[in-house]
Design a protein. Structure first.
Length: 74
C-alpha cells in the first residue's frame, strides 16, 4: 500500500499538454493532496486495528494536517 501511495505522489498532477487554467490546476492539486492524506489516515487505522487484534495498547496521537489558520480559528 505504501508503494502505491508513493507512486501516486510522484505522478504528474495533470496529464494534459494544453494550457491549463490556474483554477483547474489548483483543484487537481487539492484533490491529489486530499487523496494522499486519506491514504495516510487509512494506513493509520489499519495499523491501529492490527494492534487491537494483537492486544497491543498504543498511545493515540492526534495528528492534524490542517493549516495554521484552521487550527487557530477554533
Amino acid at each position: 500500500a505504501v508503494e502505491e501511495l508513493i507512486k501516486v505522489a510522484k505522478e504528474a498532477i495533470v496529464d494534459s499538454d494544453d494550457d491549463i487554467s490556474a483554477d483547474r490546476l489548483k483543484n487537481a492539486a487539492a484533490t491529489k493532496k486530499l487523496a494522499i492524506f486519506d491514504a495516510f489516515e487509512i494506513l493509520t487505522r489499519i495499523e491501529e486495528e492490527n494492534n487491537i487484534l494483537e492486544n497491543k495498547i498504543t498511545e493515540k496521537n492526534e495528528t492534524s494536517f490542517s493549516g495554521f489558520a484552521e487550527r487557530r480559528s477554533k
